[in-house]
Every structure is written in structure tokens, then in C-alpha cells.
Ligand binder design. Structure first.
Ligand code: Z5A
Length: 211
């Protein structure tokens, strides 16, 4: 049985997930929690290899089905070796992207049938769902500008603006559908303001978990 708490960070590219992940870790540790930080796709040596396969630019077109199945192959490995054992031990798991990203990128961006995603989610995760998801939301141009400044673009970052608009819309749709789990954070403001909004949600979940 899980005694820990599972928090995920989501959003389009360059919205500040990695930057804020370390701030959340600090806040949780200051409250005496044992925190594991991880990411998807990836999180284990094997799953990181799948990540490389997925992100590398290549001549051969990657089919949507292959992409979706690889996301869940990496996730299965990640859950088995990292997420589930940490939660069972009562740790807090902070994960940069999880299954909401699949609904947003493969379901929204690639327009894949969400029934297939739901089936894979049930099969791979069973009842495992995040306790809290922080969705960092910003206009697509903001994130794309930040990502472009970093240099060479990977296979996802090379997608066109319309793809990222569909990703953003799918994320916001999920936030509407699951308001208890998904909290939208305005990422189009100064880092200190973003941090304040996130800190408010983290304090709330800390209080709920201590009650
Ligand atoms: N993917 C998928 O398709 N399906 C799935 O199921 C999963 C993933 C799990 C890799 O993810 C790709 O996998 C991803 C979707 C796909 N592709 N895309 N795009 P990733 O998380 O590694 O990729 P990413 O979204 O491109 O990560 P990122 O670019 O590193 O974004 P970030 O972590 O959100 O941003 P950051 O590194 O924290 O910040 C970017 C820069 O902005 C940095 O210089 C910061 O200092 C700056 N920043 C951050 N916040 C601010 C504010 N508020 N003001 C000013 N500057 C800021």
C-alpha cells in the first residue's frame, strides 16, 4: 500500500518544470519529507535509453503507435523500479512529466485516440495516479522562445507551433476535467511569482497529508 505522496509537474516545453522542481524539493525537505525527484520519459537506466530513442532526431519517421508504446514501456519500468517502491516506503515522489503528458502530446498534439491511452494507463498503472499535478501554463511562444535559446532542438521541440497549441489545449482540458488533481499555475510571469503560486499548492498538500 502507498504511504507516500506523488506529485507531477506538467506543461509545454520551456515553461519552467525543471527550474521549479528543485524549488519544490527544497520546500518539501524543509518540512522534513524524504523526496525523490525523477522524470519521464526516463528515471531508470533502461527508461533513459528509451528517452534517447524518443527524443533523438532521425530520418526514419517514428509512427505514432511506436511513440505511444515506448512512452508506456519507459513508464512501466519507471513505476516498477522507482515510483512504486518510493511511495511504498512513504517518500514523496516529484516527477517531471507523467501520463498527463501522454494525453497532451500523443492525445492532443498527435490527435491519437484517447481510448488507447486510457487502456494503456489502466494496464500499466493500475490505480496509481498523481496526488497532485502542477500544470505550468504559458502561451506557446513564451515556452518556445525559452527552449530555442538553448540551442539544438530535439524531435519534439522541432514540432511546429500548431502542435504545441494542441498540446496546451489538451492540458487545459484535462485540468478542467480533473480539478482536484490538476492545479493550473500561471507560468507567464516572473519566476518569483510562479514560485509563490506553486508554494501555495505545496503548503496545501502538506497540510492535507499531515491531517
Ligand atoms: N513527452 C511525450 O510526448 N509524452 C509523454 O508521455 C512524456 C513526454 C512523458 C521530453 O520532455 C519530451 O517528451 C517533451 C514531451 C515528450 N517534449 N517537448 N517539448 P522534457 O520535459 O524533457 O522536455 P521539455 O518540456 O522540452 O523540458 P524543458 O524544455 O527542459 O522545459 P522545462 O523544464 O519546462 O523548462 P526549464 O528548463 O525549467 O526552463 C527553460 C528556461 O526558461 C530556463 O532557461 C529557465 O531559466 C527559464 N525560465 C523558467 N521559468 C521562467 C520564468 N518564469 N521566467 C523567465 N524565465 C524562466
Amino acid at each position: 500500500m502507498n504511504k507516500g505522496t506523488f506529485i507531477t509537474l506538467e506543461g509545454g516545453e520551456g515553461v519552467g518544470k525543471s527550474t521549479n522542481l528543485s524549488l519544490i524539493k527544497q520546500q518539501l525537505e524543509q518540512s522534513g519529507k524524504k523526496v525523490i525527484t525523477t522524470r519521464e520519459p526516463g528515471g531508470t537506466a533502461f527508461a533513459e535509453k528509451i528517452r534517447t530513442l524518443l527524443l533523438e532526431n532521425r530520418e526514419e519517421v517514428v509512427s505514432e503507435q511506436a511513440e505511444l508504446l515506448l512512452m508506456f514501456a519507459a513508464r512501466a519500468q519507471h513505476i516498477y523500479h522507482v515510483i512504486q517502491p518510493a511511495l511504498v516506503q512513504g517518500h514523496w515522489v516529484l516527477c517531471d512529466r507523467f501520463t498527463d503528458a501522454t494525453y497532451a502530446y500523443q492525445g492532443g498534439g498527435r490527435s491519437m485516440d484517447t481510448k488507447m491511452i486510457e487502456w494503456l494507463e489502466d494496464s500499466v498503472q493500475g490505480s496509481l495516479k498523481p496526488d497532485l499535478t502542477l500544470l505550468l501554463d504559458a502561451p506557446v511562444n513564451v515556452g518556445m522562445d525559452r527552449a530555442n535559446k538553448r540551442g539544438e532542438l530535439d524531435r519534439f521541440e522541432s514540432e511546429k507551433k500548431v502542435f504545441f497549441e494542441k498540446v496546451r489545449a489538451a492540458y487545459l482540458q484535462r485540468a478542467k476535467q480533473y480539478p482536484q488533481q490538476i492545479k493550473v499555475i500561471n507560468a507567464d510571469q516572473s519566476l518569483s511569482k510562479v514560485k509563490k503560486e506553486i508554494s501555495f499548492e505545496i503548503k496545501k498538500i502538506l497540510t492535507e497529508c499531515d491531517e
